[in-house]
Design a protein around this ligand. Structure first.
Ligand code: SF4
Length: 353
C-alpha cells in the first residue's frame, strides 16, 4: 500500500479533477478512442470485459477487419466469429456479440441504438457497459460501474462489503450517479476507467499520483488493503473429465461442443468418462480399436461455478472406420487446431503435445 504525502485540499469537484487528470495523463490513442462508431465502441467494451487493453488491441483490429460493421457481424456464421475470437477467452462474449448484432439488424434496422436503456437490452450488455457505449458514442450522461470503478469508489467513498452483494452494489451505483458531471461525460467516463485500471490498482495503488486522494476514505483510514471486501469464500464443486488426444497420420481428432453449456460451439477434444477402460469406451464410441498411449499431466481449469480437472489421454489409431465420421468431428493438424476456436486450456494442451 502506498501512503500518500499531504495532498492540498481540492478546490474542484471529484469529476472536474478526474477530467483534468484524464486530459493530462489518461489514455487517448487507443484504436476505439479514435471513433464515434457505436459498433466499434461496443466491440471494444465487450472485449475489455475481463481482458487487459494490451491483449485486446490486436484482437480488436483483427475483428474489425473481418467484420467492419454490425451488418457484417450479423451476416457471419457463428463459427467464423468464434474463430476470430479464438484466444481471447470467455467465449460467451463472442456468442453474445453475434446474437446482439443479429438483434440490431432485426429489431433496429441495422442501426446501433443510441440510448443506454435500449443498448442494455442487447445480449451480453449490462447497465455499466451500456452507459459507457452511450457516453463514448453519443455523449450521453450516465454512470458506469465496471470492476475497476467498483474498486475505486469502494475505496474512495469507504464502502465496505463485497460489491457483488445487492446492498453494496446499490450503494456504489448511488455514489457513481451522485458524482456524475453535467458535461464532459466522455472524458469523465474514460478517466474513471483509466484511474481504476492504472492508479487505483488492486495490489499497489499509486495514491501519490491520484487526483482524488485528498478525500479518499480508505487512504485516510488506512483501509486500502481491505477495500473492496473480497468475495465471501465458498467451496466450488470439483469435476473431472478425460479428454482424448486421438492421433492419426499427423492430425488430431476434434469434436464440436454442444450449442449450450461450457465452451458452447467451440471445437474441443472428445471427452469420455473419467472412470472405466479407455480402449473399451473408444470402441463403443467410435467403433474402432485404439492403442492407449501416455496419460498426460492433468490440467486444472476454473469456471465460475465449478473447478474442472482435465485428464488428457493420448490415443493412436491405425484404421478409422468411415462410420465413425460424424458432422461434429474433424481431423486437424496441430497448426490448424491452434488457429481454430478452441477453449483456452485445450489450446494450451495442443501446444504441448
Ligand atoms: S482512490 Fe486514489 S487515494 Fe484512494 S486508494 Fe485509490 S489511488 Fe489511493
Amino acid at each position: 500500500m502506498t501512503r500518500a504525502k499531504r495532498h492540498p485540499p481540492p478546490r474542484r469537484s471529484f469529476a472536474a479533477r478526474l477530467i483534468a487528470w484524464q486530459h493530462a495523463h489518461g489514455r487517448h490513442d487507443l484504436p476505439w478512442q479514435r471513433t464515434r462508431d457505436a459498433y466499434r465502441i461496443w466491440l471494444s467494451e465487450i472485449m475489455l470485459q475481463q481482458t487487459q487493453v494490451a491483449t485486446v488491441i490486436p484482437y480488436y483490429d483483427r475483428f474489425v477487419a473481418s467484420f467492419p460493421d454490425v451488418r457484417a457481424l450479423a451476416a457471419a456464421s457463428l463459427d467464423r466469429v468464434l474463430e476470430r475470437w479464438s484466444g481471447l477467452g470467455y467465449y460467451r462474449r463472442a456468442h453474445h456479440l453475434h446474437a446482439a448484432a443479429k438483434a440490431i439488424v432485426e429489431r433496429h434496422g441495422g442501426v446501433f441504438p443510441c440510448d443506454a436503456q435500449t443498448i442494455a437490452t442487447l445480449p451480453g450488455v449490462g447497465r455499466s457497459t451500456a452507459a459507457a457505449i452511450a457516453a463514448f458514442a453519443f455523449g450521453a450522461r450516465g454512470a458506469i460501474l465496471d470492476g475497476n470503478v467498483r474498486r475505486l469508489l469502494a475505496r474512495h467513498r469507504g464502502i465496505a462489503g463485497y460489491p457483488g452483494e445487492p446492498k453494496v452494489e446499490r450503494a456504489l451505483w448511488q455514489q457513481a450517479e451522485m458524482l456524475l458531471p453535467d458535461r464532459d461525460i466522455e472524458a469523465y467516463t474514460q478517466a474513471l476507467m483509466d484511474l481504476g485500471a492504472t492508479i487505483c490498482t488492486r495490489a499497489a495503488p499509486r495514491c501519490l499520483e491520484c487526483p482524488v486522494a485528498f478525500e479518499c476514505i480508505a487512504r485516510r483510514e488506512d483501509r486500502i488493503a481491505e477495500l473492496p471486501s473480497p468475495r465471501p469464500r465458498k467451496m466450488l464443486p470439483q469435476r473431472a473429465v478425460r479428454v482424448l488426444v486421438i492421433e492419426r497420420a499427423g492430425a488430431i481428432l476434434f469434436e464440436k461442443r454442444p450449442a449450450a453449456g461450457i465452451w458452447a460451439g467451440l471445437w474441443s477434444l472428445p471427452e469420455i468418462a473419467i472412470d472405466g477402460d479407455v480402449a473399451r469406451q473408444c470402441k463403443v464410441r467410435f467403433a474402432t480399436d485404439v492403442v492407449t498411449g501416455e496419460a498426460l499431466p492433468p490440467i486444472e481449469h476454473g469456471f465460475t461455478h465449478f473447478r474442472l480437472t482435465i485428464h488428457p489421454q493420448r490415443i493412436s489409431v491405425r484404421k478409422w472406420p468411415a462410420r465413425a465420421e460424424a458432422p461434429g468431428l474433424v481431423w486437424l493438424t496441430r497448426d490448424d487446431a491452434l488457429a481454430a476456436a478452441l477453449p483456452a486450456p485445450i489450446k494450451a494442451l495442443i501446444r504441448r503435445v
